[in-house]
Design a protein around this ligand. Structure first.
Ligand SMILES: Cc1cc2nc3c(=O)[nH]c(=O)nc-3n(C[C@H](O)[C@H](O)[C@H](O)COP(=O)(O)O)c2cc1C
Length: 154
């Protein structure tokens, strides 16, 4: 199975999670959406991940989805969101309903947070809202395996 994993990140945490998902899928192509994305038409499966800021996925991920929607409906699709605290609204607020119905799995995977890689404002918010001051590992590896398995066994 030819798999494309695309991700959108601001501070690098989602890149690390995407990399770990890639390690579970032999030969997968991993791509940061800050650069022009490969054509999903060339793959059997597409996994799309983004970090979430104030309830919104990153615009690169939203653009990739909007630009490739019809192609995505012909692929095995997996979705993941990285953040500190899950909310059901993240899904309906950020993804077209048909894509949510079409995808094999959509998982909120938690996040990695490293204050040293994070700018002043974001550090302030994570400290004030999340009460997190130091390195934090909230990545849910078991859910990442479920995502991979759902896409593989589709
Ligand atoms: C300004 C700001 C807003 C955030 N908003 C949310 C949010 O709405 N929901 C959430 O679960 N996490 C939120 N987070 C936490 C980030 O999603 C989390 O740190 C994420 O892993 C960052 O990923 P990245 O390093 O790939 O950019 C927020 C963090 C910051 C700094």
């Amino acid at each position: 199975m030819k798999t494309l994993i695309v991700y959108a990140t601001k501070n690098g945490g989602t890149a690390e999670i995407a990399r770990q998902i890639g390690d579970k899928l032999e030969g997968a192509t991993l791509h940061n959406l800050k650069d022009e994305a490969p054509n999903p038409a060339d793959f059997d499966a597409v996994i799309i991940g983004s970090s979430i800021y104030a309830g919104k996925i990153r615009k690169e991920a939203a653009h990739f989805i909007a630009d490739n929607l019809e192609t995505l409906y012909t692929k095995r699709v997996g979705l993941f969101i990285c953040g500190l605290k899950e909310s059901q609204s993240y899904w309906q607020d950020n993804f077209p309903p048909r894509l949510l119905a079409h995808c094999k799995s959509g998982k909120f995977l938690g996040c990695y947070y490293d204050p040293k890689k994070t700018g002043f404002f974001d550090r302030f918010v994570v400290r004030a809202v999340g009460k997190i001051k130091t390195n934090y590992n909230g990545f849910d590896a078991a859910k990442a395996v479920e995502l991979v398995e759902a896409v593989k066994n589709a």
